[in-house]
Design a protein around this ligand. Structure first.
Ligand code: F6P
Length: 297
């Protein structure tokens, strides 16, 4: 009998519940037991593990977030903590794990694989910064939220002839920023992939103002520059009101858009099929519209 544990870890993302749903539906068909592990690796360590008896009774609605709960559990880097987590898996007779999250989460699964636990990783993060997948579950919902927010900011920027700096998430990846910049027609973007030069930005702004620019959005990925300092500097140089908005965790919540729902569900069912076919230690991705798997290195 296959006993499979499932957990979500790191920053939640809209669509994670659809992955879980896909896993449960497919597991039902193959008659696999699914064990919920609550709050990610922390729950694994604390033995917060329960078999899901009747998944139809679960309140798996179309909300964002994760029904399983999540956490960033830094202590998982300690051997003694992992040792207890692995013992909990063994005591529950769990032979495979489905692990949903971002890059930090994937590092956790490497530790487990070294100790003989079979893992399938699924990309659940708004950042879209995971190798070998075109998209991660949650990315398009976050993007939509960002673009809607910037559309709102644009209205007031227009009315007041004002420049706004809008900081978006992405950790060290500019994909959310650049896509939102295109969709919301931001005049300037600053992303980690391109070295930022503050004076070049000032020159560009001055040039555009000379050519009639009255309001503008500067979109910037988090962790590049303190945007309050940046706004003060720009204000001093161009003598124009600059306002700042940090979009923050609004970007991580909300009901998933259709693409994230379908991608999440498909990846969940695919993960179970992989286990059924005897795959071990692979990550799931989507490339050119096709689900793929690749070995965890
Ligand atoms: O990885 C998802 C993410 O939202 C990043 O974009 C951001 O840097 C980080 O998580 C924020 O994490 P926390 O909610 O722990 O502050």
């Amino acid at each position: 009998m296959k006993n499979i544990g499932i957990l979500t870890s790191g920053g939640d993302s809209p669509g994670m519940n659809y992955i879980i749903n896909g896993v449960l539906n497919a597991a039902f068909i193959y008659k696999f037991n699914i064990f919920s592990i609550l709050y990610g690796y922390k729950g694994l360590y604390e033995n917060n593990i329960k078999i899901i008896k009747n998944y139809k009774l679960l309140n798996l609605n179309n909300n964002g977030g994760t029904f399983l709960g999540s956490s960033r559990f830094k202590n998982f880097k300690y051997k003694i903590i992992r040792h207890k987590a692995i013992n909990n898996l063994k005591n529950n007779n769990i032979n495979s794990l489905i692990i949903i999250g971002g890059n930090g989460t994937y590092i956790g699964s490497k530790y487990l694989i070294k100790k003989g636990i079979s893992c399938i990783n699924l990309p659940g993060t708004i950042d879209n910064d995971i190798l070998y997948t075109d998209y991660t579950v949650g990315y398009f919902t976050a993007l939509n939220t960002i673009v809607n927010s910037i559309d709102n900011i644009r209205d007031t920027a227009y009315s007041h002839e004002c420049i706004f700096i809008v900081e978006v998430m992405g950790r060290n990846c500019g994909k959310l920023t650049i896509a939102a910049a295109i969709a919301a027609k931001c005049e300037f973007f600053i992303i980690p992939e391109i070295k930022f030069n503050i004076d070049n930005l000032i020159n560009e702004i001055k040039f555009k103002i000379l050519n009639g620019l009255k309001n503008a959005i500067i979109i910037i990925t988090e962790n590049i520059y303190n945007i309050l300092k940046l706004s003060k500097y720009i204000k001093k140089k161009i003598k124009k009101e600059i306002k700042t908005v940090v979009l923050g965790h609004i970007q991580r919540g909300g009901k998933p858009v259709v693409y994230d729902r379908i991608l999440g569900y498909s990846m969940g069912t695919y993960a179970i099929k992989l286990i059924y076919k005897g795959y071990h230690n692979v990550c799931v991705g989507i490339k050119n519209g096709k689900l793929i798997n690749y070995n965890i290195i």
